[in-house]
Design a binder for this molecule. Structure first.
Ligand code: DGL
Length: 274
């Protein structure tokens, strides 16, 4: 049994739906969440710069929280830094949120799959290589259509809480229209921020386009690691966890962070003040 926490990392609020899904299904597990609001957004950054930011933040968070598993709840961080992180910290299992291409490859009928993410995610060789893995059930090659949506990342991080339904639908529709015009019938949400707009994606994509994300797969992967070796990484069944939300950047933390953290039962902490 192991009561150490599971650490989730994202540039902002994007990883919270992943964290929430995991917490709901595994209430005895302690969770820490790091929102790197100081370096938000990750998407426009150069790969080397981003890798170095994530390595040093992860090191700091390992010293602060001693996690048993680390989840990169951010596609941009995962496609850029998963390999260097595994090399630098070989004793800790990492889970990455990477574009859910395989289920999309089996679902598509037109053979055209839209991938919507940050610029960094779309341009990274990791995503490009996924295309090679992208055969449909008949063995034919599917085509990946990658589109970067930096405005949608900003919208969710900065305006989601106060935006009208119409604004949410409009920004989603803009991207659905691009994919529809290219005859894609399956879209992969390859940025964790976009899961806040899941309802709008479902409404705007119906009836001809299916929208997929990696939420369930990530929770299942963490649970798999916890259950390995007779559940040696599982917390004790009666353990009462205290979840923490860490923020980078200066005081004051925006009111929305306080609201989110209390709504999810987190204790809020500025990383730099530790
Ligand atoms: N949540 C991040 C992702 O999944 C957001 C990207 C960003 O910070 O630009 O890629």
């Amino acid at each position: 049994m192991n009561n150490r926490p599971i650490l989730f990392i994202d540039s902002g609020i994007g990883g919270l739906p992943y964290c929430r899904d995991f917490m709901q299904k595994n209430p005895q597990e302690e969770v820490c969440y790091l929102a790197d609001r100081q370096n938000f957004p990750y998407g426009p950054r150069d790969k080397d710069e981003l890798v170095s930011i994530i390595l040093s933040l992860t090191e700091k968070m390992i010293k602060t929280t001693d996690p048993k598993i680390i989840v990169l709840a951010c596609n941009t961080a995962a496609v850029s830094a998963l390999t260097p992180l595994r090399e630098r910290f070989p004793g800790i299992p990492f889970v990455g949120t990477v574009p859910a291409i395989k289920p999309a490859a089996s679902a598509t009928k037109t053979g055209k799959i839209g991938v919507l993410g940050s610029a960094r995610t779309i341009e990274d060789p990791y995503s490009q290589n996924l295309a090679e893995d992208c055969e449909n059930s008949d063995g034919a090659q599917n085509e990946l259509i990658g589109v970067a949506a930096p405005d949608m990342v900003e919208f969710v991080e900065k305006h989601y809480d106060t935006a009208e339904k119409k604004e949410k639908s409009n920004i989603v529709k803009k991207y659905i229209d691009i994919f529809r015009s290219k005859n894609a019938d399956t879209i992969v949400l390859a940025c964790t921020h976009f899961l806040y707009l899941t309802d709008e994606f479902k409404e705007e994509s119906a009836p001809d386009i299916k929208v997929l994300d990696s939420l369930e797969g990530v929770t299942k992967r963490i649970e798999f690691l916890l259950d390995e070796n007779d559940g040696e990484l599982r917390a004790e069944i009666d353990f009462e966890p205290v979840p923490w939300l860490f923020l980078t950047g200066e005081e004051p933390a925006d009111l929305s962070w306080h609201n989110r953290s209390s709504e999810m039962g987190f204790a809020l902490c500025l990383l730099d003040t530790i």
